[in-house]
Design a protein around this ligand. Structure first.
Ligand SMILES: [Cu+2]
Length: 129
């Protein structure tokens, strides 16, 4: 019984997150979009850097409001996560297994790009709607 309920909840969550996307199904490794959880003023999401020089997920869907984005280094080489928009800031360079949380306030919808300044081509974005 418990497992059935859990499966149903998971299915519901998948359907809900699919609504945020619009184009492109979640599928390619490192490219799947994830929707931040929680109410608009307390959204949370985790983004993991790996040894393939990718952010997972590379796309975070969020709502206007406040998002706590935790960047974790899930690989063995150092990474950081820095927003193009300087007012949003970024993390320190994180070594293997380390993490740092950024508290981000998004006042208007838009696409907010971030990069790892160490690795050219390692990038991602927060899509705020
Ligand atoms: Cu990196």
């Amino acid at each position: 019984m418990k497992q059935l309920t859990r499966a149903a909840l998971l299915a519901t969550a998948l359907v809900l997150s699919a609504c945020g996307g619009g184009d492109g199904d979640a599928g390619g490794s490192g490219e799947a979009a994830v929707t931040a959880t929680g109410p608009a003023d307390a959204q949370v999401v985790e983004v993991v850097s790996n040894d393939q020089i990718e952010f997972e997920p590379a796309t975070v869907n969020a709502k206007v409001g406040t998002l706590t984005l935790t960047h974790r280094n899930g690989g063995s080489i150092p990474h950081n996560l820095v927003f193009d928009d300087k007012s949003l800031g970024g993390t320190e360079t994180l070594t293997e297994g380390k993490e740092e949380a950024l508290t981000l306030t998004f006042k208007e919808p838009g696409t907010y790009d971030f990069v790892c300044t160490i690795h050219s081509g390692q990038d991602g974005k927060v899509v705020v709607s």
